[in-house]
Every structure is written in C-alpha cells, then in structure tokens.
Design a protein around this ligand. Structure first.
Ligand SMILES: Cc1cc2nc3c(=O)[nH]c(=O)nc-3n(C[C@H](O)[C@@H](O)[C@H](O)COP(=O)(O)OP(=O)(O)OC[C@H]3O[C@@H](n4cnc5c(N)ncnc54)[C@H](O)[C@@H]3O)c2cc1C
Length: 476
C-alpha cells in the first residue's frame, strides 16, 4: 500500500465540498479534494463545466449558476482527484481510496482532518413493481440527462412528491420532452398541515417564486397532473407496461413503458456511519443525519460534515455550510484567529438562516405519505439486492427481530451491492410499525467498509510511490 499525507481531505466535490476546500485553501490549508465523478459539481451542478447538452440552459438558471463555483474551484490550484472513490475511512482519519484512469490504483490518505461532503440520495420508494425494468428514480434519469444528454425516449409517467420531481418535470418540458402524466402522491390534508409554516417561508421568497414558476409551466404545458394519488403500483411481465393508482375514490390505469419515481432526498449517511459518527433521527425530514456542532464537526474529532450529507437544506445552503466548515478547519489546522474566524462566519451564518427558513414549509408540504414509506402489500420488495419483501420483514418482526441488524442476519437484507442504502430506512420503519416502537428505537444497519463495491484487483493495485505518494509503513 502507498500513502499520501495531507492536512485536509475533502470527500465530495459538490457545492459543499468545493466551498469547504476554497475557504480552507485560501487561508493556507494544504487541501486534497476527491470525488468519484469525472467532473466537479456534485448532484446539482453535475457536468456543468462539460455539459454534453447542446443547450444546458434547459436545466435552468440554478444549474448554470454552478459554473462560477466550479470555475473558481478549478482555477484555485487546489489538488483535485476526480474519478476517485473513498471506500474506507477510519476515526484516526485515514482514508482508503481507489482512483480510476491511467494513474489508477489504491492508496491510503492520512489527513489531519477530513470533511465529508458526500451529499444526499433519493429516499427509497418501495411500491409494487418498483424493481421492474423501465422504472427508475427521477434522480437517476436526471443524472443521465446531465451527464450523457440522454432523455426519456417515450413520454414518461412521473410519480411521487418533492421539489426534485417538479424540477425534473420542468427541465424535461424545457428540453421539449413530452410527459405522459404527473402523479402526485402528497396525502390529502398535507397542505393544511404545511400552511402554518408559510409566514416563516416568506423570509426566503426566491424559493417560493421558483416553485410557483415550475408549477405554472407544468400546468401551461397541459401535463395531466393528478393529485392525492394512493395505492400506486407498477405492472408488467418483463418490464413495466402500466401504472395503476387510486385517485378521487376510484382506480385508474395508464399504459407506459417508463416510470420515474421520487419522494424526496435524504442524507447519505453510509460514510459517516462507517466512521462511527453519532446520528440523530430528524422527525421533520423523516431521516437520519449525523450529529454536528455549529461548525459542522461530528462526534469523531476532526471529522466534519458540510452540505446535504448533514441534513437536507439544498445547494445554496450546502455551499454556505461548506464555507463555515472551511473557516473552522483553517482555525484548527493553520491557526486562523478565532475572532477573525467568527467575523468571517457572521455573513455566511445569516445567509444560512435565510436558506433554512424555507425548510419547515417544504418538509411539511412534501412529507412522504405513510404507505409509500411502509409498504402495506406483503409482496412488495424492500431490499432490491437480496429480494427481501415487506412481508418477509413483518414475518421476521413476529419472530422477534427488533432492529435492521437482526433482519440482516436472518435474511441477508441490506447485504447486497448497495450495502443497505436502498432498504435501510424502509426496514427500520417497518420494524418500528410492527412493534409499535419508533425508528430511533429500531435503529439502523451497522455500516462496514467498503462502503461501495470495489474489486480485489483494485484493492491490490497500489498507486506507485511518486510525487508526494510514499510507501506506507507496515502496520504494527
Ligand atoms: C440524484 C439527485 C439529484 C439532485 N438534483 C438536484 C438538482 O437538480 N437541483 C437541486 O437544487 N438539487 C438537487 N439535488 C439535491 C442536492 O443534493 C443539492 O442540494 C446539492 O447538490 C447538495 O450539495 P452537496 O455538496 O451537499 O452534495 P452533492 O452535490 O451531492 O455532492 C456530493 C459529491 O460527493 C461525491 N461522493 C459521495 N460519496 C463519495 C465517496 N465515497 N467517494 C468519492 N466521492 C463521493 C459525489 O460523487 C458527489 O459529487 C439532487 C439530489 C440527488 C440525490
């Protein structure tokens, strides 16, 4: 194994990671940023500097705004390794990483501090038929559009809830792509529950205006927009052929070869869990997030989190939170005076508060309905990798399994290539429901490295010792 030493390792080059690195680097911190993607930008600004689209403007002004941040990052001189996956991080701040490409291979990075800025993932959406070919997440479809200029070849049905569902519908319409229907799974009464949060949200009017603009465009395009959809099921023999759902008290059926599902995003906590950071359950956002102090430090000393990986707040908040983490890292690593740090942080803190003002409204408005988080039909698959169903989980609960680590031992649920990313939350919610307990009582999987699949060949191929990369000493 070869090894590299740095002061600060930033894992993830989305808005949070780039902002963390820029702030720390410009104050003199020796910084290395890595990301498994080929270009900086993260989810929102994916490929913004190398768009394969003839007119990237169809993705909207929020996407194009990312160019300035990516340009600043690229020009900064910060050491940046694209196509590099971090698959193990230890509490003593050593990361095992594998690089793709001609200089590819595996090495260990020893850092004085690490910023984990790995972002969010889509919330699982376990409905009957969600594993059929022709069904995919809205996020995955958007990734294909941003990274490869691939758009749905037939009018797709979009189903679910959350801002990204509407944003993607809007982006497809901008690109001239027809939408078969938009099925909104928001439960009746949700708008009434969300209403008390409207006055607070008025502190962030730009978000309200953006949402209004998207909804109006969807209405003007004449897209069939069905509200309060229940009992959603995707039907087909070898691939999806139709969507069935209940609305306005009766069942409906739409034929379609493509369904895009989405019910919000949640922090991707695999990496923070694998390090051993403490996590808390966020009842407003119905997800786990790492416990952080006001500077983004986790319960493990010198390991920080910025951006959506620390709680869903959106891209602008991710960038601001990165600046705050970068300031604290400059204080910790190169002695930035605490008074200077605090003065520099006051603007970003006020800005962060403005971005967070919209969250209570969005969290209430797009709270995924219970049956779409805890599938009532026993034959609905929950763990896609090992094909474990909701009925299997309920049967294991009857046998006495109280938490996901027990159902894992009983059924391999959560032990496939996704390492539980797409079933962990659903399993915990089903177990809590079966026992009449809460999700925090049910708990979550113990996450072990490698947090993403890598081959033995990749692990064995050491990056050659050269230019700051040395042979590591043999473990004692
Ligand atoms: C699929 C998807 C699409 C989204 N699209 C939009 C959108 O169009 N508009 C919008 O406003 N919001 C979008 N969001 C919400 C999004 O999370 C933004 O709020 C914003 O991108 C968050 O910024 P971030 O820096 O926290 O994380 P991200 O932008 O997600 O950046 C995290 C980066 O970390 C990298 N990474 C993660 N783990 C590792 C690892 N182990 N090793 C190496 N690299 C790693 C990822 O490749 C990624 O580039 C999307 C979310 C998802 C899940």
């Amino acid at each position: 194994m070869t090894e590299k030493q740095v002061d600060l390792l930033v894992i993830g080059a989305g808005p949070a990671g780039m902002a963390t690195a820029l702030e720390a680097h410009r104050r003199g911190v020796d910084t290395l940023v890595l990301d498994e993607n080929p270009y900086p930008g993260g989810q929102i600004y994916r490929n913004v500097s190398h768009s394969p689209l003839a007119n990237p403007g169809v993705l909207g002004p929020d996407y194009l705004r990312g160019r300035a941040l990516v340009d600043a990052f690229t020009r900064s001189g910060i050491t940046y390794w694209p196509q590099t996956l971090a698959w193990q991080i230890t509490p003593d701040k050593r990361a095992s990483v594998t690089r793709q490409g001609p200089d590819g291979g595996t090495l260990q990075i020893a850092a004085r501090a690490i910023a984990l800025t790995g972002g969010a993932q889509e919330r699982p959406f376990p409905v009957p038929g969600w594993t059929l070919p022709g069904v995919m997440g809205v996020g995955a479809a958007q990734t294909l559009l941003k990274a490869a200029a691939l758009a749905p070849s037939a009018p797709a049905v979009l189903a679910g809830c959350g801002p990204l569902l509407y944003l993607f519908a809007w982006q497809l319409l901008q690109a001239g792509i027809e939408i078969r229907a938009l099925l909104d799974t928001t439960a009746p009464g949700t708008y009434r529950t969300a209403l008390p949060h409207l006055p607070g949200a008025l502190r962030a009017p730009a978000y309200l205006a953006k949402g209004w603009k998207m909804l109006r465009a969807i209405r003007h395009a004449g897209v069939e927009h069905v509200k309060h959809v229940q009992s959603l099921a995707l039907r087909g023999t070898h691939r999806v052929e139709a969507v069935e759902y209940e609305a306005a008290g009766r069942m409906h059926r739409l034929t379609t070869p493509l369904v895009l599902l989405h019910q919000g995003v949640i922090p991707n906590t695999q990496i923070t869990r694998s390090v051993g950071c403490d996590h808390v359950w966020d009842e407003a956002q119905l997800c786990w997030r790492p416990q952080l102090d006001v500077w983004g430090e986790t319960s493990v000393a010198d390991i920080f989190v910025a951006g959506d990986g620390g709680g869903i707040a959106g891209a602008l908040a991710a960038e601001v939170s990165g600046r705050l983490v970068g300031l604290q890292l400059a204080h910790r690593l190169v002695g930035l005076d605490s008074a200077e740090r605090d003065a520099a942080a006051s603007g970003p803190r006020a800005e962060l508060a403005r971005h967070l003002a919209i969250r209570p409204l969005l969290d209430a408005l797009y709270r995924p309905a219970d049956p779409f988080r805890r599938p009532p039909a026993d034959d609905t698959i929950v763990c896609r990798c090992e094909e474990v169903t909701a009925g299997d989980i309920r049967a294991m609960a009857k046998l006495g399994c109280v938490g996901p680590n027990q159902t894992k031992s009983f059924s391999r649920c959560g032990m496939g290539p996704c390492q539980g990313r797409f079933c962990g939350l659903t399993v915990a919610e089903l177990l809590a429901q079966a026992h009449g307990t809460t999700v925090p009582q049910a708990g979550y999987y113990r996450i072990r490295p490698p947090i993403k699949p890598i081959t033995l060949g990749e692990v064995a191929m050491a990056v050659p010792a050269d230019g700051g990369i040395e042979r590591a000493s043999f473990p004692k």
